[in-house]
Design a binder for this molecule. Structure first.
Ligand SMILES: *Cc1c(COP(=O)(O)O)cnc(C)c1O
Length: 455
């Protein structure tokens, strides 16, 4: 056991810092009539979550246990965010050449990078092995490709296999990776699969990791723990069969569910780590190194998308606020509103929280389709033209799932450091707002005559 770290101090000031940043962003013109939407990221909240994550696992692991927290890059594909997390002691979990390049650009070393993805090409695998990046093979065919690469060139990449414990789905099907027919990993309960996996390790002395990611948002913590227990038991079985500690590191994936209904960060990393240790003590006794791959739970609470209300109208008796944040920035929320509800905060034109009586209304985005709503029949202060809305808890995935509909530009993203007590805020640009010229350029402007010229 590590010496008792101090219990985490709850980050009570998060809403106060957010309100302060919203007001300052409007005052300083970071958002305006001309720039009617932007995303803000609370640097303190990001640092806090990273520290919490590290402390939670330090508390439950035997002293000296190597633990790599590889942040899932798809949750925030932004170089400055990866850089900050690297400075806070996190690595990177990447799932494409683009994500690998982002991690590299952020200065995350290969030794702290893990490559997962169900569709790695031969070239990607070769590059990863040349760099020494950890790779988790997804399936039998990929493992055969690794065989060829390992035989042809020396590598110090830690290599593992992803398995699917087939434990079932959580609340959101699209986020559930451990269903019977999931596309990820080797399905462990399929006939003969377990024996095949054990044999695969016996035949490959260099295969020294085992990986599972039981799913993301909506997976109950008990199901996550069951997934980790399943990989742990399999690792024990494999090591027993080969007669040595061939698997030296277990990658438990990410997937801690985020509470999108209040400012409370529950469950916490401590809740999860403590439950894991209680249910799977052998995983923490020092025999295994650990890799984690959290994404959403590290970043979600740190972000707010701030958007101007352009018009406030009424239709069929329903008040509707037309804002500049819709499907282009809150893609999942608009297309799967039951799975991805967001809290919407109402601010007046100066960015002060609105305190008017609550009214049932819709909050719509700028896209030209009727379903472009970020909130339906929501009880909140009546919005008026010139007000602002804040889409809360949007620090993870919202920037990495843009939607190019209506050629709306991707908004700027700004980090902020706010001192809630002193009332001071400092901003720093994380990603430039896309310009209309850039939208035109990436829409084939340099190929203007390519079709008229085909005859
Ligand atoms: C998406 C993903 C993660 C991160 O999931 P979160 O729910 O954001 O924590 C981790 N590992 C793998 C393999 C993933 O696909």
């Amino acid at each position: 056991m590590a010496s008792d770290p101090a219990p985490p101090v709850p980050d009570d000031l998060l809403p106060a810092r957010r309100d302060l940043a919203v007001r300052a962003a409007i005052e300083e013109g970071i958002v305006s009539e001309r720039e009617p939407v932007a995303a803000l990221l609370d640097v303190h909240a990001i640092r806090y979550a990273a520290a919490e994550l590290r402390a939670a696992f330090a508390e439950v692991t035997a002293p000296g246990t190597p633990v790599l927290h590889a942040f899932a890059v798809k949750a925030a594909s932004l170089v400055p965010v990866l850089r900050l997390l690297h400075a806070e002691g996190l690595g990177a979990e990447v799932a494409s050449p683009g994500e690998l390049a982002l991690a590299h650009a952020a200065g995350v070393p290969p030794s702290r990078t893990v490559l997962d993805s169900p569709a790695k090409t031969r070239a990607e695998l070769r590059e990863a092995l040349a760099l020494g990046i950890a790779v988790n093979a997804d399936n039998r065919e990929e493992l055969a490709r690794l065989d060829a690469l390992v035989a042809s060139a020396r590598t110090h990449s830690p290599l593992g296999l992803r398995v699917n414990p087939q434990l079932g789905a959580g609340a959101i099907d699209a986020m559930s990776t451990a269903t019977a027919t999931s596309k990820f990993g080797v399905a462990l309960r399929d006939e003969g699969a377990r024996e095949w996996v054990v044999r695969a390790y016996q035949d490959r002395p260099w295969l020294n990791r085992l990986h599972a990611h039981t799913g993301s948002q909506g997976i109950p913590m008990d199901l996550q723990v069951a997934g980790v227990r399943a990989v742990y038991q399999l690792a024990e079985e494999i090591n027993e069969a080969v007669g040595r500690r061939q698997i030296d590191t277990i990658d438990i994936g990410g997937g801690l569910t985020v509470n999108f209904s209040s400012d409370e960060m529950t469950p916490t990393f401590h809740d999860y780590a403590r439950l894991l240790r209680e249910k799977i003590p052998g995983l923490f006794d020092g025999r295994y190194g650990l890799v984690t791959e959290f994404g959403r739970s590290v970043l979600a609470k740190a972000g707010v998308v701030l958007a101007r209300v352009e018009y406030a109208k009424s239709s069929g008796g329903r008040p509707i606020a037309i804002t500049h944040a819709g499907a282009q920035v809150a893609t999942r929320t608009v297309f799967a509103p039951e799975s991805w509800p967001l809290r919407v905060a109402a601010y007046d034109e100066k960015g002060r929280p609105k305190e008017d009586p609550y009214v049932v209304q819709d909050v719509a985005g700028p896209c030209c389709f009727a379903g472009d709503l970020v909130a339906r029949e929501r009880r909140m202060p009546l919005l008026a033209a010139g007000d602002w809305v804040g889409l809360l808890d949007t620090g993870a995935y919202y920037a990495s799932t843009p939607f190019g509909y209506n050629s709306l530009p991707r908004p700027g993203i700004y980090g902020f450091r706010a001192d809630a007590e002193a009332g001071e805020v400092q901003f720093s640009m994380v990603r430039d707002p896309q310009t209309i010229e850039q939208v035109v350029a990436e829409s084939g402007a340099n190929r203007r005559d390519s079709l008229t010229g085909l005859r």
